[in-house]
Design a protein. Structure first.
Length: 230
């Protein structure tokens, strides 16, 4: 598998930034080798059933961003057909390597499909509330993005609870994640979202609000941005 990955490198040497990534935390560094996500998904399809635990550890702890991303795609593929006992093992592995899930796409590809799926299956969301209290940007983002799986199952209240806890966060990536989850919640229950925005309008960061109302009709978006609710 690693020889296959090597052939997919687009850069001769790793670079410290990409078009979509930057250092979001002071002192944080990442390294990119230019493998595309579709290529990584194809590699996962060929290897996820047979990859060894040792190789999975090598991937998720690797300095190359794309290798870590591949490890999470592999875990996603494993989760889809796993029974609850295997899901528990996958989530245990995931949680034991949180320090390596340290960029927005690593969080977004894994939080809801791995952690959110399992917590929904066991109906225990205490970990998400714990994550929302973390000082770590990525753990907080995992906490809110994981609720996307709950939203897909029409379980909406946990998302509102976690957004409430993160409304005062200062980081743009939390503002965006909150808005993204609110938007998805609104696709399930527009009235619930509108009521939430009305009650909390003065506390909601502008970025969060803009994301949350993206699927509203244009005239309603403009009105809400002015604080006008009908």
């Amino acid at each position: 598998m690693f020889k296959e990955l090597k052939r997919l490198h687009k850069h001769d040497k790793p670079v410290e930034s990409s078009r979509y990534h930057k250092p979001y935390v002071e002192g944080e560094h990442d390294y990119f080798i230019g493998i595309t996500t579709p290529d990584l998904r194809n590699v996962s399809k060929r290897w996820y059933k047979d990859i060894s635990d040792a190789d999975l550890v090598k991937l998720i702890t690797h300095k190359y961003h794309e290798y870590r991303l591949l490890s999470l795609i592999i875990l996603n593929d494993k989760m889809k057909k796993a029974d609850l006992d295997i899901q528990e093992q996958i989530v245990s592995f995931y949680l034991s390597h949180l320090e390596h899930i340290n960029n927005w796409d690593l969080v977004d590809v894994s939080a809801y499909s791995i952690l959110g799926r399992y917590l929904y299956n066991i109906q225990d969301y205490s970990l998400l509330y714990e994550f929302s209290e973390s000082k770590d940007l990525w753990i907080k983002r995992i906490g809110i993005v994981a609720t996307n799986y709950l939203i897909k199952q029409n379980e909406l209240c946990v998302t509102l609870d976690i957004v409430d806890r993160l409304l005062q966060d200062k980081h743009d990536l939390i503002h965006k994640a909150n808005g993204w989850m609110l938007r998805n919640l609104g696709d399930k229950d527009r009235d619930l979202l509108t009521e939430y925005l009305f009650v909390n309008y003065s506390k909601i960061p502008r970025t969060t609000l803009r994301y949350a109302i993206e699927h509203y009709p244009e005239n309603q978006r403009k009105a809400i941005l002015k604080g006008e609710f009908q």
